[in-house]
Design a protein around this ligand. Structure first.
Ligand code: PHE
Length: 341
């Protein structure tokens, strides 16, 4: 009998040498010590087959073996777990003196930045945002804006027609009519959005973005327009920037003006950007034509209005010194990364 116990002990000692993980130790331990199926556990069950006079001795031997195995394998388990922990420390070691891996951070597109900045500036002056639709009818885009069929001013904008009635809006001015039809003065709205014209060169794109402004109230004059635009150019191009109005023509404003601002590159002395003139053209504007007010059911004797249309790409190109409008649509990260101020 003792020989049998000794054999199991040797089996444990030599088997333990093969073990490589605490999980293997656990399985190995079960093989010997499990109460029902383990080799030592089964020895206990043998008790009933042992001659009564040998039982005490047999039981003592088995118990000793069991105690020894528990201690031996327990110790091995502790060593194995310590080794595993050490291995994990080694493999997960972080060298905090290494430079960190920089994570890429996205930013808003320059068109969105300018759009947000303009909304910010004009909402500070009490303007609300109205977003029109990109598909318009001929009536809203032209006729109601005092540009009936065969009006020569239709040639100013090469239009994408979808049908004789529907078109891709050529100007956010179409939104003016929707607003005036649905809202009684006082009106103060800002309408940003995409517009479309069949036009394509370094400074023109078939799709671009405008920001329309419309104010209708009692006693609105060109002076109010210049006052608001003064605030706008100072905020966008710098405190020292001034505005100047030049006569122009739009069918829906009378008088109509082109607005220039003093060149923010040279301060007005003349440079490449302003082509030596000291001034840069930035937008079209004017006093709302009485006919347009009447088309929308607003009494033009009681009310007057002003309107302006800002080209957002043009504003971005001037502000960031971009010489080709396509840079704003190509999503080239090398370009965009330079434009996030
Ligand atoms: N809609 C004009 C354009 O696209 C700009 C403009 C808007 C002019 C409002 C006057 C008043 O050219």
């Amino acid at each position: 009998m003792n020989a049998n116990l000794e054999q199991i002990k040797q089996e444990i000692i030599s088997g333990a040498e093969e073990l490589n993980s605490s999980k293997e130790v656990y399985e190995f331990k079960k093989k010997f010590l499990d109460g029902k199926t383990g080799k030592i556990g089964l020895l206990m069950k043998e008790m009933k087959n042992i001659a009564p006079e040998e039982r005490a001795n047999y039981g003592k031997g088995v118990n000793e073996l069991k105690e020894w195995a528990l201690g031996y394998l327990g110790e091995l388990d502790v060593k194995m777990k310590a080794k595993e922990l050490q291995d994990r420390y080694e493999s997960e070691k972080i060298d905090i003196s290494l430079p960190a891996v920089a994570s890429e951070q996205g930013n808003l597109h320059p068109i969105t930045l300018i759009r947000n900045q303009l909304i910010d500036i004009f909402s500070g002056m009490g303007f609300e945002v109205f977003e029109g639709t990109e598909i318009e009818t001929d009536y809203y885009n032209f006729t109601a804006l005092n540009t009936p069929q065969d009006h020569p001013a239709r040639d100013m904008q090469d239009t994408f027609y979808l049908s004789p009635e529907f078109l891709l809006r050529t100007q956010t001015s179409a939104g003016q009519i929707h607003v005036m039809e649905n809202k009684k003065p006082p009106i103060k709205i800002l309408s940003p959005g995409k517009v479309f014209r069949s036009d394509d060169d370094a400074t023109h794109s078939p799709m671009f973005t405008q920001m329309e402004g419309l104010v209708v109230d009692k006693g609105i004059t060109l002076c109010d327009l210049q006052g608001m635009l003064d605030v706008f150019v100072k905020k966008v191009y710098g405190e020292g920037t001034k505005t100047r109005l030049r006569p122009s023509y739009f069918p829906f404003t009378e008088p109509s003006v082109e607005v220039d601002c003093s060149c923010f590159e040279c301060g007005g002395t003349g440079c490449k950007l302003c082509k030596g003139t000291g001034w840069i053209e930035i937008l079209g504007a004017g006093v709302v034509n009485k006919k347009v007010l009447e088309n929308c059911g607003i009494d033009s004797e009681e009310y007057s209005g002003l309107a302006f249309g800002i080209g957002i790409e043009r504003t971005a190109m001037l502000k960031y010194g971009i010489n080709n409008i396509k840079h704003l649509f190509e999503s080239d990260l090398r370009v965009l990364k330079q434009l996030n101020d």
